[in-house]
Design a protein around this ligand. Structure first.
Ligand SMILES: [Fe+2]
Length: 362
């Protein structure tokens, strides 16, 4: 054992089947060599590692080895995502949101004051982090069991960004973030077998799901700002009056509710697995531009798109042929096909050559 090297913790979940180790892996206190350098990590070895560290699911590796693994270009997408979410603090936030939602689901009384620390954490991330890191966390298909907490957190982030883009006051942004976080809390009252049914819902079941905005409104009666409550109630209203539950029209729907409707649809669309088959979420922007989502406030949609395009501009991307490129221009009416520059050429992407992943540095 090389005692000169500085060892550091590494979650076992960052290792994958097929990884060739450039250095030794030790147990949690660095005293036992578990896998020596040069060996290939296999599924059975990973299982053994997990069994070996009962409570703490991590091993010790030298600093260099840690960074080599994190920057390995064969790292599976799922693990890269996990690393981004852990390092950005998204994982911790998601767990905090989960705590609030479980309390709500268990019919336990919850109050405005309990939400404040989470809102504070989200606001700090919005101020400190490159939005593209937040998008890396948002734009990922979610496991069914954490659908609601992920969605709620994502809408909170998107609402916060929209608040900034609209130059709202800090107090308004705080309430807008809270509105995003809690808009769907009423879904905790909908039976899970209906909410997560992997099939088309019956008319009766759909009517039950449609009660969630009113449930959210009712659940937020303990000291929550009326604007937060009304956003929860009205985030499924449509400008054309065809929404629910109150069939409001145009400006009768509050600004917060109209913003939340845009964030809600964006997050729902990017989380769909069909969009994740290797392509960036840029094609979702086109659906907004083409007004495929009925009843949204188009002035807000245009502000959303303009700023989204700005955020993706000049970002480094991994292309479908594994080349690294930079997004040079995103056509407003054809976001799915940005112009990308690589070391060798500059050209517009198409169905054969497209952006697969943004390279986000935390
Ligand atoms: Fe909803």
């Amino acid at each position: 054992m090389d005692t000169e090297k500085n060892l550091r913790r590494m979650p076992i979940e960052y290792l994958w089947d097929g990884l060739i180790l450039e250095d030794d892996i030790f147990n949690y206190n660095g005293s036992v060599l578990l896998i020596p350098r040069g060996e290939i990590v296999t599924t059975s070895k990973l299982k053994k590692l997990s069994n070996f560290s009962v409570d703490e699911k991590y091993v010790m590796v030298c600093e260099e080895c840690y960074y080599n693994i994190l920057s390995n270009k064969n790292i599976p997408n799922k693990i890269r995502q996990k690393i981004t979410e852990n390092q950005s603090g998204y994982t911790e936030l998601k767990q905090n949101v989960g705590g609030i939602f479980h309390k709500a689901a268990d019919n336990k009384w919850f109050h405005n004051d309990e939400i404040e620390p989470v809102i504070q954490q989200i606001s700090e991330k919005l101020n400190d982090m490159d939005p593209i890191v937040i998008f890396s966390c948002i734009n990922f298909p979610r496991p069914m069991d954490e659908g609601l907490q992920r969605h709620s957190l994502n809408v909170a982030f998107l609402n916060g960004m929209m608040g900034e883009w609209l130059n709202l006051s800090q107090e308004d942004i705080r309430l807008l973030v809270m509105s995003g976080l809690l808009h769907d809390i009423g879904k905790t009252k909908i039976p899970e077998e209906i909410l997560n049914a992997p099939r088309k819902l019956t008319k009766e079941e759909f009517a039950i799901v449609q009660r969630h905005p009113v449930y959210s409104y009712e659940m937020l009666e303990n000291g929550f700002d009326e604007r937060v409550r009304l956003t929860a109630r009205h985030h499924h209203e449509k400008i054309n009056g065809k929404g629910y539950p109150d069939k409001l029209v145009g400006d009768e729907i509050s600004l917060f509710a109209r913003i939340t409707a845009v964030s809600d649809i964006y997050d729902a669309m990017v989380s769909k697995r069909s969009y994740k088959e290797g392509k960036l979420s840029l094609n979702v922007f086109d659906s907004f531009y083409e007004q495929k989502y009925d009843g949204l406030d188009m002035d807000l949609v245009m502000i959303f798109l303009k700023n989204m395009r700005r955020n993706f501009l000049n970002k480094k991307v991994v292309m479908s042929d594994t080349k690294i490129g930079e997004i040079m221009y995103i056509p407003p009416n054809d976001c799915a096909h940005p112009i990308v520059q690589t070391d060798e050429f500059i050209k517009q992407t198409d169905e054969q050559w497209f952006c697969k992943e943004i390279i986000s540095e935390i």
